[in-house]
Design a protein around this ligand. Sequence first.
Ligand SMILES: Nc1nc2c(c(=O)[nH]1)N[C@H]1C(S)=C(S)[C@@H](COP(=O)(O)OP(=O)(O)OC[C@H]3O[C@@H](n4cnc5c(=O)[nH]c(N)nc54)[C@H](O)[C@@H]3O)O[C@H]1N2
Ligand SMILES: Nc1nc2c(c(=O)[nH]1)N[C@H]1C(S)=C(S)[C@@H](COP(=O)(O)OP(=O)(O)OC[C@H]3O[C@@H](n4cnc5c(=O)[nH]c(N)nc54)[C@H](O)[C@@H]3O)O[C@H]1N2
Ligand code: SF4
Ligand SMILES: [Mo]
Length: 759
Amino acid sequence: MSASLKEVHYRTCPLCEATCGLEIQTEENRVVSIRGNKLDPFSKGYLCPKGYSLKELHEDPDRIRKPMIRNGDEWKEVSWHEAFQAVRQGLGQVMKKHGRDGVGVYLGNPNVHNLAGLLYVPIFLKALGSRYRFSASTMDQIPKQLTAEMMYGGDFSIPIPDIDRTDYFLIIGANPLVSNGSMMTAPNMRGRLASLRERGGKVVVIDPVKTQTAKAADAHYSINPGTDAYFLFGMLHTIFDEGLVNLGKAEHHVNGLAEIASLVKSFAPEVVEARCGIAASVIRTLARDLANAKSAAVYGRMGVSTQEFGTINSWLIDLLNIVTGNFDREGGVLFPKPAAGGRNVGKARRKEETYRYARFHGPASGLPEVLGELPVASMAEEIEQSEQLRAFVTVAGNPVLSSPNGKRLQNALETLDFIVSVDCYLNETTRHANVILPVPSPLERSHYDLSFYHLSVRNIAHYSKPVFELPLEQLDEWEILLQLTEIVSGQELGENAVELLDNYSVSKLVEAEIKNTLSPTYGFDSKKILHEISRYAGPERMLDFLVRVGPYGDHFGKVEDGLTLEKLKKHPHGIDLGALEPRVPEVLLTASSKVELAPGPIIKDVKRVLGKLNCDQGGLVLIGRRDLRSNNSWMHNVDVLVKGKDRCTLMIHPDDAKNNGLNGGDVVKVSSRVGSIVVPIEVTEEMKTGVVSLPHGWGHQFANTKLEIAKRHAGVNANLLTDEQVIDAVSGNAVLNGIPVTLEKVSKQKEAHLEKIIQ
Ligand SMILES: Nc1nc2c(c(=O)[nH]1)N[C@H]1C(S)=C(S)[C@@H](COP(=O)(O)OP(=O)(O)OC[C@H]3O[C@@H](n4cnc5c(=O)[nH]c(N)nc54)[C@H](O)[C@@H]3O)O[C@H]1N2
Ligand SMILES: Nc1nc2c(c(=O)[nH]1)N[C@H]1C(S)=C(S)[C@@H](COP(=O)(O)OP(=O)(O)OC[C@H]3O[C@@H](n4cnc5c(=O)[nH]c(N)nc54)[C@H](O)[C@@H]3O)O[C@H]1N2
Ligand code: SF4
Ligand SMILES: [Mo]
């Protein structure tokens, strides 16, 4: 074989938020090796085991490569034409009878790691116009987005820890050494935390578990699950009580400080310590350390988001950063300035203080809409109760495994008239579909992190070309989404539908921009711009436009040497646009142009926190955990990631094991209000007493999926235990941590039998 067939490709790993740079060697159409790209200015060669596994993922014979139609239990590979005809008929019938709200949509996590999802799903949603829109966000970060919407005037205006320059890093309910960081894009967390400590800084972790991150920190405090609001209020109380409030530069940019001062009075550390399980003396010391640190950042993630006070927690974390003078300053928390599609760059501020919140309510659940969607915890109920909602479109999602009370959702999906799934696997959710539309492998598409550069600890721009060309007959995901757009729009645009819709969408984008008085292209000729970007089509054309009108762009000739897609292509390792810089007040898009410290809907919820001050959790509670080799539910069919020891175990503290008559390796039946599962235990002192943990994304035992490797490592679905009826009252976010459970030892003989009955 001639050497010329060997090629080296550089690209960003699309699997998680860390955005690591990959160096991929290929020979003809095969991956020879994958390693960390040392020349990537952000990740500098760092890679986790999932990055290497992209080769196996790409080659996985179970990955779907042809459109499929289900007839009863039988799946048949069909042409794209046939598949779209079936979708047209299936969705068409439902829409004819029930209108736009006849079709619901569920959007899963990989959408935000995918240019097609980010740019074309909104177009599809607009054409569909259904209010039944659900996504993984409402079992994840929606509380953070909602507080950002209310406090700063934009749901993507999220203050990000300046981890590389801070002197004190307080991590609450996050395990970035395993998750590789979330809502804080920063490859090589272990290295970054180690540097922080080497330069004399301190890392403190608040978590019911002595996690990998806790082990790498200076101090760790075990908190009772679901009680962070008490801990955080205790911290704020101390800061006000001990005269430590110092807003610094933020002083001139906030509204509502007096209200906060008055609210925190009820939460003295001595009052909250019993509830949160962290001693008052510790709370006071931590508050002083935070206030007195040269610079500090408080950061919280899934552990504080997916609980009953998710919104309150997100808000309190921001307040702590603000009242200690760490807001919008080096070493504190700052707003990134993304190169493309910046949701808070060149945007007008609100005319009045209204939020994209509670503009309508779920007809069955009565829950408020949040940022245009309804809470996923109410998805099954909405399907069950509605005579109208009869069809669903899922894009990159596996809610049967990922959403609370997955069993109820599974049953609800079975009652629908029609489901189409845009996905790469026939899995626990897509097996319910009537049609599956397969997407390219991650190596067959281009990549640019439109979302994560809003959350990145440095400003970065990195465009990746596809490693492989699209296989013959494989449509790109954006083309699939535009075909679906055509179908739900009720029009028949003929053979050129995709091109027509793509042209239309890009021209709308350009027209909106040239009418925006804050845009560098305000008043430009749209035809000229469209002509300039016409060398590209699809996501590349939109990306070229977004980069060029962005803050580092060439502004279509106005800025010499400014960024264009062409320029990005010439920098295959990515471009480092520098450390984060202060952006207040320019970034604030509230009507007042100030940070609103006391938004009405959040303040109202404080009563609920007070009301539950004296609750006692009593028995055992279940929380979740992540594993470095997992990525939610969908990478368990990759042998290199699942082989070895069983990762789906119930972790339990030795004292709790003893009290329940259990020994390591025993198998237990775990029951909650909603269901039961059977799982082996793993006894470990890492757990807090009274708390057990189970990873999510497992439960691959179903016969009618195409996941041969995952089936051999099936595990159990943690979401057969999580309770869809317990939610964060403000945002409707799912509660995935702190689920009351009971344990019962199961004999080996009973085990297999029980598993059959339960699942
Ligand atoms: N108990 C418990 N439950 C949880 C969590 C928890 O901590 N505990 N975490 C929650 C969180 S944070 C999240 S984000 C959700 C995730 O919830 P989901 O997004 O519903 O689940 P995933 O497992 O990410 O499923 C992704 C799906 O996308 C498909 N896919 C992968 N790549 C692509 C692509 O490029 N295009 C398309 N179209 N499809 C693709 C996969 O085959 C899979 O079907 O789970 C939540 N569920
Ligand atoms: N390896 C791997 N990486 C991933 C993923 C994955 O599945 N696997 N998923 C990706 C996704 S979608 C997301 S959203 C991110 C999530 O990123 P992280 O939030 O960093 O990940 P988690 O492991 O869920 O961390 C949550 C932590 O909160 C703790 N916790 C649970 N309940 C409470 C509580 O009540 N209070 C406090 N203070 N802590 C609590 C848990 O013990 C856990 O350590 O990870 C991403 N990265
Ligand atoms: S941490 Fe792992 S999965 Fe995440 S981007 Fe880096 S290599 Fe990919
Ligand atoms: Mo997530």
